[in-house]
Design a protein around this ligand. Structure first.
Ligand SMILES: *Cc1c(COP(=O)(O)O)cnc(C)c1O
Length: 364
């Protein structure tokens, strides 16, 4: 029986195997294992690619979020607005800074938080608005930056799922005060291990992120701040530099797969993600909804098609946040968790597999 993987990271590696292995050997033989030219080269290339002036590599996407919040001096007593439906890292970063989470519900048709929901959650204690460009679709950057400016509030975007996405035709890496990225292997731009970055147009914020991620130190053995150790390895940076020139083509393949799903499922029981005409999403995930999600996922599995759920339990219902919100809080996030399904998508998904998934979906 045909087996359609949800995502084939082995195939992604083989697509660039000689180039990646050359870069790996070079990095291993370079004698430079923290910082150095390979890291600088990637940071410069990714800043330019993401439409920002500065990029600072970090150890992972969670640390990129923590460092962005630390750079803005967010701490106890500060409120940070986050989506009620996101990967838990967005929430953990806020918690780990000692600040207060203020989750807002998404628009269920786009899965994104809207400026109206954010505006309703603002209080005198709001320090940061932290939206997520979830599944690769940018939030309304224009409306949110305007709202934040009116209230004197800072903005951080969690772009861990949105490398290459555009808003009004522009890349998104310089749009908010800070923008955070993850290079976790399955992301649109993925390393062979953990990695992350913060991008910004503000040189002072970039400097602070770099300082705080390097033990609070600029000069060896002098510590200006109580920082953390979270840097992007030059080995991972070298791999990411090999992959970056291919990212637009990979995202274009994701977009053409998404277009096939959209056309095939237009008049069906599947509810498709609504996309703003102002954005160009990069479809980190293609998330559809179905009232009989469990039955559908099982039927697809029986036919060899592997799907996933992003995410099956909203953050406020996780044991990590037990007792902090009533279980009936955030009904939109709970509803989405119960009916969403992520279909196979990725640059290496073949036409044969895609056709099979679409034929199967249409006959279920
Ligand atoms: C992957 C991800 C993160 C965390 O990235 P890591 O590199 O795994 O720490 C944060 N936010 C979102 C939305 C993500 O998808």
């Amino acid at each position: 029986m045909m087996q359609v993987p949800f995502l084939d990271l082995g195939a992604a590696y083989r697509a660039l195997q000689p180039e990646i292995e050359t870069a790996l050997l070079q990095a291993a033989r370079s004698g430079v294992y923290i910082g150095g030219g390979a890291l600088q080269d990637f940071e410069q290339a990714f800043a330019a690619y993401s439409g920002s002036l500065h990029c600072v590599g970090t150890g992972n996407g969670l640390d990129a979020l923590r460092l962005a919040l630390m750079a803005l001096d967010v701490g106890p007593g500060d409120e940070v607005i986050v989506p009620s439906n996101t990967f838990i890292a967005t929430w953990l970063a806020v918690t780990q800074c000692g600040a207060t989470l203020v989750p807002v519900e998404p628009d269920p048709s786009s899965h994104l938080i809207t400026v109206d929901a954010i505006a309703a959650a603002i209080t005198p204690r709001t320090r940061v608005i932290l939206p997520v460009h979830l599944y690769g679709q940018p939030v309304d950057i224009d409306a949110i930056t305007t709202l934040a400016r009116e209230h004197g509030i800072r903005t951080i975007a969690d772009a861990a799922q949105a490398h290459g996405a555009r808003f009004d035709g522009q890349p998104i890496g310089g749009a908010f005060d800070l923008c955070t990225w993850s290079f976790y292997p399955s992301k649109n731009l993925g390393a062979l291990g953990d990695g992350g970055a913060v991008t910004t147009n503000d040189p002072a914020l970039a400097e602070r992120v770099r300082l705080l991620g390097n033990y609070g130190s600029r000069e060896k053995y002098r510590f200006e701040q109580a920082g953390i150790n979270s840097r992007l390895d030059p080995l991972q940076a070298a791999i990411l530099s090999v992959k970056l020139p291919w990212l637009d083509a990979w995202n274009a393949r994701r977009q053409s797969i998404a277009a096939r799903y959209q056309a095939a499922l237009a008049d069906s029981d599947w509810q498709l993600p609504q996309v703003s005409p102002r954005v160009s999403p990069v479809w980190h995930l293609f998330v559809v909804r179905h009232p009989q999600r469990e039955r559908m996922q099982q039927a697809l599995r029986e036919r060899g098609i592997n799907t996933m759920i992003h995410y099956p339990i909203p953050p406020h219902l996780q044991a990590a946040y037990q007792g902090q919100w009533p279980t009936d809080a955030f009904p939109v996030a709970r509803q989405l968790a119960s009916d969403i399904l992520s279909l196979p998508i990725g640059p290496q998904l073949s036409d044969a597999h895609l056709n099979f998934v679409i034929d199967t979906l249409q006959t279920l």
